[in-house]
Design a protein around this ligand. Structure first.
Ligand code: AQP
Length: 333
């Protein structure tokens, strides 16, 4: 039987290699399987949990759609839409926030990381973000949610919320309890400047990430400057312990080449980093430049992108409104 897939990406600009290898590449594979029903959402309501310049946000919504298409998502075989146009997401998030417990949200590590030291100044939206994410997924009866490793905890929370709602309202299986789809290897791509920090859109240094809109020179330059250590390339997986940067770069190489980590290690064993970096840059250019070129081409035709969003909106809205109607009945509205 096929899977019902739901996943989202925030239109916060600078979509990067981590988003691609951790999530979007997986979306494409799932979308290629005709048995699956796929819904891919541009989660703009999530984006504003941290202030976004409105003009940039509008453009980033189109850029995210363009990235989906340029990466290989087929809009004829999936629903692509942006979250803010389907009002049921916000309304369901409210209802679910009356089901979720403070204690559950207090455990979310992403909030702690993103809010930083001064939690009092973080928006309430940033705190309750995982409840909105649960609404996104549960409205569509998704069975599987492909995400990067950093979203695993939010998905567990979504499962808890679904079960609690089903129990409180005595409706077995009303909300499907979704399974995360997290790649076994290389599910967290780290910064090129610090192998202990995840590659991220909001990191101020552009040298920390490969953007999906980078050109060849950008990629060559970023790989040349990527942090490494002074040891030669490792010969075994064990040697990668405590060598976060080497591990990350080899992980990126393996993920793009489709090789296991063991195979990549043996290919470069004992060589120096500069040789490895040349091959890494080459494979990045091979895989990322066609996507980058296509994103730029698609962005020249906003009408086309708008049409895709508008078709997606109609389909998503039908499914979500229908589910919300049932939620209303269950809670007694
Ligand atoms: N470094 C990463 N490695 C693997 N997967 C990643 N994802 C994000 N960063 C990495 C996955 O990409 C999908 C879309 O992410 P998002 O845009 O919705 O949110 P995010 O995780 O907050 O992305 P960023 O880049 O880290 O943004 P900022 O800087 O704002 O925090 C998700 O499935 C995510 O797991």
């Amino acid at each position: 039987m096929g899977k019902k897939i739901f996943s989202g990406v925030q239109p916060t600009g600078n979509l990067h290699l981590g988003n691609y290898l951790g999530a979007i590449k997986n979306f494409v594979e799932l979308n290629n399987d005709d048995k699956n029903e796929c819904i891919f959402c541009v989660v703009d309501l999530h984006a504003i949990t941290v202030y976004q310049n409105p003009e940039l946000l509008r453009n980033n919504i189109y850029e995210t759609v363009a990235t989906f298409l340029a990466s290989g998502i087929n809009h004829k075989k999936s629903i692509i839409f942006n979250q803010s146009r389907v009002g049921a997401h916000s309304e369901t998030a409210w209802i679910l926030s009356c089901v979720a417990r403070m204690g559950w949200l207090n455990r979310m590590t992403q909030f702690k990381e993103k809010a930083g030291k001064d939690k009092e100044k973080a928006s309430i939206g940033l705190y309750s973000y995982p409840v909105l994410m649960a609404a996104d997924i549960l409205l569509y009866d998704a069975t599987h949610v492909p995400v990067g490793d950093d979203q695993k905890q939010h998905l567990e929370l979504c499962r808890d919320i679904a079960q609690r709602f089903n129990n409180d309202y005595k409706v077995e299986n009303f909300f499907k309890v979704p399974e995360p789809l997290i790649q076994k290897q290389f599910s967290r791509i780290m910064s090129l400047k610090d192998g202990l920090k995840k590659m991220s859109k909001s990191e101020p240094s552009d040298l920390s990430r490969i953007n999906l809109t980078d050109n060849k020179d950008d990629i060559l330059n970023k790989i040349k400057k990527a942090k490494t250590d002074s040891l030669p390339m490792p010969s075994t997986i064990e040697e990668l312990e405590d060598r976060a940067e080497a591990k990350n770069l080899l992980g990126i190489y393996s993920s793009l080449s489709g090789l296991t980590l063991e195979k990549s290690i043996s290919e470069f064993s004992g060589k120096n980093f500069s040789e490895f970096k040349n091959d890494l840059a080459e494979i990045l250019v091979d895989k990322i430049i066609p996507i980058s070129v296509e994103i730029k081409k698609l962005l020249e035709d906003k009408k086309y992108l708008e049409q895709i969003l508008s078709e997606g909106h109609k389909k998503a809205n039908d499914i979500a409104s229908n589910k919300l109607k049932k939620i209303h009945e269950l809670v007694g509205f």
